[in-house]
Write a protein that binds this ligand. Structure first.
Ligand SMILES: C[S@@+](CC[C@H](N)C(=O)[O-])C[C@H]1O[C@@H](n2cnc3c(N)ncnc32)[C@H](O)[C@@H]1O
Length: 238
């Protein structure tokens, strides 16, 4: 694999190019993901500006701005987005970023393909500083302290094991760097109702308000400051 990301990958991990510009660290018999079948529906619903405004009280520009804030927190730094999805909100931020290396990881090859195609549409080709890689956020294929900045947008609310997820993001972050994450929360009646419907459908974990999310993360050895817009909590290393 002639990619700069190879230097960041754990020595015992096998990396294989599985599609143009997309690498996998997952065993070839285990490369399917539930999200593979949801790519188009995800983009149609979750990518919709009105849906985000009404249900979650955010405009897509709020998500793009937070991504830009994370990217520029360490100018030129080596950056990881874990659970990057189809880049429905972030493609433009990544295509325009001058970070030395941007590693976009997701468990779903389908999501990665969509994200890659978005970047190609934007830039004409995959920029040399962007790498797509299939991997598991709970067992990242990277060495300790590999990244200046580690981000994960809209993933924390999917899992009950929030502390495990954040601990893994922290493991691959340099001591001097920062973790950025966003998480849907149920701060108002509409948000809570819809969150609970998604929970029953198995799409998300238990609903938290911003306040109860802070409580849940408080035993963590890592400190985060949380800013909330509507039903979205934006966290960053304190
Ligand atoms: C709600 S989407 C968020 C996508 C994107 N960050 C965004 O804000 O639009 C959650 C993403 O997490 C990915 N995902 C789910 N489980 C994962 C895991 N164990 N490791 C890495 N990614 C995972 C899914 O494939 C999906 O792309």
């Amino acid at each position: 694999m002639g990619s700069p990301v190879i230097e960041l990958v754990l020595k015992n991990i096998k990396v294989e190019e599985v599609d143009e510009g997309i690498f996998s660290c997952i065993d070839r018999n285990d490369r399917q993901s539930d999200y593979d079948n949801k790519v188009n529906a995800y983009d149609l619903v979750v990518g919709n500006a009105i849906y985000n405004r009404v249900m979650w009280g955010n405009w897509p520009s709020n998500y793009a701005d937070f991504c830009h804030q994370a990217l520029t927190s360490k100018p030129g730094g080596i950056f990881l987005d874990a659970g990057c999805g189809s880049l429905v909100f972030t493609a433009s931020a990544y295509a325009n970023a001058d970070n030395k290396l941007i590693v976009l990881l997701d468990r779903s090859i389908g999501m990665l393909r969509k994200g890659r195609d978005r970047i190609k549409k934007h830039s004409g080709a995959i920029p040399k500083n962007i790498v797509f890689i299939q991997g598991d956020i709970f067992s990242l294929p990277f060495q300790d302290a590999a990244f200046d900045t580690v981000a994960s947008f809209g993933v924390l609310h999917i899992f009950e094991e929030k502390m495990d997820l954040l601990a893994e993001l922290e493991r691959v972050k340099k001591h001097s760097g920062k973790v950025f994450f966003s998480s849907l929360v149920g701060n108002n009646t509409l948000g809570r109702r819809y969150f609970n419907i998604l929970n029953k459908a198995g799409e998300v974990a238990t609903c938290h308000s911003s306040q109860s999310l802070i409580g849940q993360l408080s035993p963590s050895p890592f400190e985060y400051k949380l800013n909330t817009i509507g039903n979205m909590a934006y966290g960053e290393s304190a």
